[in-house]
Write a protein that binds this ligand. Structure first.
Ligand code: ADP
Length: 319
């Protein structure tokens, strides 16, 4: 292994830059050359590739987004796209590739590995929707952003004795709602993985009101959807004034937390080590503060399950 490539793909996440920095610095430290590939797989098939050195990743550990930029590339889902990707990597003498992204990006990485290019996946997505790892890079920053927003909304919602529905990201995964709901002291957390009834939500609101609470926070995962319909239904059933806040893309940006920067640095370093050891088609994950690697196909076929203990904890804490 003389030269490795690195790209960021799919939805961006805070901490991708920290991962990129670690890949580039550890690779150079270990005597490898590094090629940066812009705009994910789109940039790969177009040959948008440049030489990276130690300074190319200076002053980025604290920046959100990705300096390599990201893209969604439909052509790469076709066999011709993969073939072109392999040709370009060979043309640029790239012997192995690190892909920083989510499950879709990992599919692309797996297919490149099958086509002969050793590839390692670093999980980078705010959603934390990859079942095989406790955390993905970007998730911790996203939940901290949500917790700050919940605090601000709580201030104004208590001044006016209102309930607030706060919609958070996470696609079909309720982790952002669950974790930030516990950390932000939400009264109710609604996630796609667990059934709920309007009656349960309203009962909790009325109980809270009866014991003198001046506000209620309802965290709603985007996978459940329809925040305005929720607000209307709750208002009609309880008479409580309900306001909706959709946090949206605020959650995708911002300076990564120390946790995300450290996790990203460990993943970046491990990815380079695995390529040097001759490994391919591996996904990196974390469990109990340890970084591990596993087969990328197995990693993306595992089904994510909701942490029911955490959900029950949130329920007990919000009586
Ligand atoms: P994420 O990686 O965040 O899950 P996407 O699902 O949008 O984001 O995937 C990012 C990119 O990965 C896609 O635009 C495409 O280029 C590539 N990709 C996704 N699925 C496949 C696939 N089955 N085969 C090859 N490449 C894929």
């Amino acid at each position: 292994m003389k030269r490795i490539g690195v790209l960021t793909s799919g939805g961006d996440a805070p901490g991708m830059n920290a991962a990129l920095r670690a890949v580039v610095r550890v690779a150079i430290y270990k005597g490898l050359k590094v090629s940066g590939i812009r705009r994910g797989y789109q940039g790969l098939i177009e040959g948008d590739i440049f030489e990276m050195d130690v300074s190319s990743v200076g002053d980025i550990i604290q920046r959100g987004g990705t300096i390599l930029q990201s893209a969604r590339c439909l052509e790469f889902k076709k066999d011709e796209g993969i073939k072109r990707g392999v040709e370009v990597l060979k043309m640029f003498n790239i012997d192995g590739l690190v892909v920083i992204g989510g499950d879709g990006s990992f599919m692309g990485a797996k297919r490149l590995s099958d086509a002969g290019i050793p590839t390692i996946g670093i999980p980078g997505t705010i959603d934390n929707d990859l079942a095989y790892t406790d955390y993905t890079v970007g998730f911790d920053t996203a939940i901290n952003t949500v917790v700050n927003a919940v605090g601000n909304i709580r201030d104004t919602s208590s001044s006016h004795q209102r309930a607030s529905i706060i919609e958070v990201m996470g696609r079909s995964c309720g982790d952002i709602a669950l974790y930030s709901g516990i950390a932000g002291g939400a009264e109710t957390i609604i996630v796609p993985e667990i059934d709920f009834t309007y009656d349960d939500i309203c009962k909790k609101l009325i109980q809270g009101q009866n014991r003198g609470k001046v506000h209620s926070i309802i965290l709603l995962a985007e996978g459940v959807g329809k925040p305005y319909e929720f607000a209307e239904a709750i208002k009609n059933k309880t008479g409580i004034d309900v306001r909706v806040s959709v946090i949206g893309y605020l959650q995708r940006g911002g300076s990564p937390t120390a946790f995300d920067r450290i996790l990203a640095s460990k993943f970046g370093s491990k990815a380079v080590e695995l390529l040097i050891e001759g490994k391919k088609s591996r996904a990196l994950g974390t469990n109990g503060n340890k970084v591990f690697d596993m087969d990328i196909t197995e990693a993306i076929t595992m089904k994510k399950e909701m942490d029911h203990c955490m959900y029950d904890l949130a329920d007990m804490l919000s009586i």
